[in-house]
Write a protein that binds this ligand. Structure first.
Ligand code: UTP
Length: 285
């Protein structure tokens, strides 16, 4: 049973500069919902209620977002905007959210390590806001279901195109069941020649607590950052790691084109927007 989720959100978001100079990348909206809310909701609908968000300098907006907002609530009430009032109030009661600061963005591995005390000696989920995943069964739930079978670290993987291989952690794996791989190696951002396959890790993991010691032993890697991928590589020998090619559609919201695609697809699904947006897109092509 996975009870806790860690959502690292302390990165600098350089790919979205200048917007992210003074606002967290995780608060960029997909229409009217910030990316991080999709991630928090995925954890909650997967049955996880204890959420740890790793934040850093300039990330106050995330804490304010999930907090109560008395002035706004009074304003909405006075103006009889009851539907919006309900939405705003729901946000502050979504889950039990804790915040831990990463003083410097030293890498995703380091960010996850900051949650060690809160997580303790139990398996936990990690969800990155860079990936928004639309799926019938939430992606992290698919991983926790598989965890129940193997009791080992499970990482979500997806086929990535040749041009994108050097942006991902790439696994070498043996297919041992439907969509399930026993991971034999994993390399962070390999060149096309180095890549052992085209299966890339995406931002969903169920990790066993041995990962914390592995991170502590992991030296800075690509980009001089402490890479979670490098720590997972250590875990392969120590405890075993499985990859799972999840069911669902993933949007790489940390990438500009992926972000735009997510906005278009979500708009085309909304009753209040779809006709207008579809007409507009049809007019363009
Ligand atoms: P990314 O490398 O995609 O995020 O890390 P980034 O560094 O913010 O973005 P770019 O590449 O500069 O545009 C994936 C996730 O890990 C978090 C980020 O906030 C993001 O959600 N992260 C990364 C941390 O929490 N701490 C870090 O030191 C690095």
């Amino acid at each position: 049973m996975i009870r806790k989720a860690v959502i690292p959100a302390a990165g600098l978001g350089t790919r979205f500069l200048p917007a992210t100079k003074s606002m967290p990348k995780e608060m960029l909206p997909i229409i009217d919902k910030p990316i991080i809310q999709f991630v928090v909701e995925e954890a909650i609908t997967s049955g996880i209620e204890d959420i740890i968000i790793i934040t850093g300098r300039g990330k106050r907006a995330i804490e304010d977002y999930f907090d109560t907002s008395p002035e706004l609530e009074t304003h909405l009430l006075q103006n009889e905007k009851y539907e919006l009032l309900r939405e705003v109030k729901d946000l502050s009661s979504l889950a039990d959210i804790h915040y831990i600061r990463q003083k410097e963005p030293r890498g995703l591995g380091d960010a996850v390590l900051k949650a060690e005390k809160h997580v303790g000696d139990e398996p936990f989920a990690v969800l990155l806001g860079d990936d928004i995943i639309k799926a019938e069964i939430p992606c992290i739930k698919q991983l926790t279901n598989l965890f129940a079978k193997y009791n080992r670290t499970i990482i979500a993987v997806e086929e990535v195109s040749k041009e994108k291989i050097s942006d991902y952690g790439i696994i070498k794996g043996k297919e041992i069941g439907e969509s399930t791989y026993l991971v034999e190696d994993i390399i962070e951002k390999p060149s096309l020649e180095e890549a052992p396959s085209s299966m890339g890790t995406v931002g969903r993991y169920v990790l066993t607590p041995e990962i914390f010691d592995c991170i502590k032993e992991t030296p800075p890697g690509k980009g001089d950052e402490i890479q979670l991928t490098d720590a997972i590589r250590m875990l392969i020998e120590e405890a075993g790691v499985y990859g799972y090619a999840f069911d669902g559609k993933r949007y790489d919201a940390g990438d500009k084109a992926g972000y735009v695609k997510a906005i278009i697809d979500f708009a085309l699904e909304r009753a209040d927007l779809k006709d207008d947006v579809r007409r507009y897109l049809e007019g363009l092509v």
